[in-house]
Design a protein around this ligand. Structure first.
Ligand SMILES: [Zn+2]
Length: 377
């Protein structure tokens, strides 16, 4: 009888979503926020700063401002040598670095090239508040913010876990640029972002019982992309048609580049051409997006991976690999759809769904249809 009662409770638990799976403390995340600069000024504002080494209490008081520079011999704080690594903490845990502000603990590391990097150690939930203001906008509808937070939390936890296993010696879990998740810092925090984080605290997407890299992007342009077309061997969610992102300003786009500049940029990237006779594209078998740009030149036919083209000319210029291209007079004219790699959740589609009255769980179900949301802490 007792056993039956326990089973009933379990069934009830699975009928309510998200399911609580295990009680784990919310982790910290290590975010690379500044990289490859010769010096940095950390301003503690009204509070004083201390420095020490990782794992130890910062016990050296350095005033409210730390000017840290690096050379091949290590770091110098306000002119004094302090080894290869310094952990800066403040009495309020808030800092200003240039136009940005950060929360938590700042770890400054001297690099072998004589420059330095700054890694922000902060609670994951606090990091997610900054993600909303960096990746989308706190002015977006709350259900789209909640969907963004759950996707970003899942992506970050997968990164923390995979870095721990594959690169245990690496001093950070995640970068703060478009190659992972954009994180500008604590100055973009907003009460509505905090509301979205608190309302979904500990909620994570699981696929086959595992946390996975929950990829997302700005606008799919009408159809999401297979992960394997962007990253070799990567498994992503099933692709879907999407009509919810039509109001995105990047749903369609154009880009024109003079042939002379096009040749120059390719040359700079070790593709030696001197002219362009024709241009064409080849698309993936299972996607409307392009695999290659084909350029016929006096030097022969060049096949340039479309995703490399975005890297060469700028991710804001060639916004996606879904484009037509033609040669007109002395220009190459690109006519494209969507913004970003196209895998997983479409942020503008999530906004469109929220505007149409859908909940964040419905949004997540649409873009990650093979996953489920569970509450981990
Ligand atoms: Zn979309």
């Amino acid at each position: 009888m007792r056993r039956i009662i326990i089973c009933s409770c379990l069934v009830l638990a699975f009928l309510t979503s998200p399911i609580r799976v295990f009680a784990a403390p919310p982790p910290d995340i290590r975010v690379l926020v500044i990289n490859d600069v010769p010096s940095v000024t950390i301003d503690g504002g009204d509070s004083y700063l201390r420095y020490g080494s990782l794992g130890a209490r910062g016990d050296n008081r350095i005033g409210s401002k730390a000017i840290i520079r690096a050379d091949e011999s290590g770091l110098f704080i306000n002119g004094k040598p302090c080894g290869n690594e310094a952990v800066i903490s403040s009495s309020t845990r808030n800092y200003t670095v240039g136009s940005k502000s950060f929360f938590g603990k700042l770890v400054v590391i001297a690099k072998p090239n004589g420059k330095l990097m700054v890694i922000d150690h902060l609670p994951l939930e606090r990091y997610l508040v900054g993600i909303v203001g960096s990746e989308i906008s706190p002015r977006w509808p709350i259900e789209s913010i909640k969907a963004q937070v759950v996707a970003a939390r899942t992506y970050a936890l997968n990164k923390i876990d995979s870095i721990k296993k594959a690169r245990p010696d690496r001093s950070y879990d995640i970068t703060s640029n478009i190659y992972s998740q954009v994180y500008h810092g604590a100055h973009v925090e907003d009460p509505k972002a905090t509301e979205g984080v608190d309302a979904t605290r500990g909620e994570i997407l699981y696929r086959d019982g595992r946390i996975f890299p929950a990829f997302y992007h700005s606008c799919c342009g009408g159809e999401t992309e297979h992960a394997h077309n962007v990253w070799d061997g990567e498994l992503g969610p099933p692709v879907i048609k999407d009509s919810f992102c039509k109001r995105s300003p990047k749903h369609t786009w154009t880009y024109s580049v003079p042939v002379s500049k096009f040749i120059k940029v390719l040359n700079k990237n070790n593709i030696p051409i001197s002219n362009i006779l024709t241009v064409a594209t080849t698309s993936f078998q299972d996607s409307p997006r392009n695999e290659h740009l084909l350029v016929e030149t006096n030097e022969g036919l060049k096949m340039i991976p479309a995703k490399d083209l975005r890297k060469y000319f700028g991710y804001k210029e060639i916004k996606s690999t879904w484009f037509d291209v033609k040669l007109k007079q002395n220009y190459l004219l690109f006519d494209g759809k969507g913004y970003g790699h196209g895998v997983g959740m479409c942020q503008w589609g999530a906004k469109g769904m929220a505007d149409a009255g859908h909940s964040y769980l419905e949004i997540l179900k649409k873009y990650y249809s093979d996953a489920e949301v569970r509450k981990a802490y």
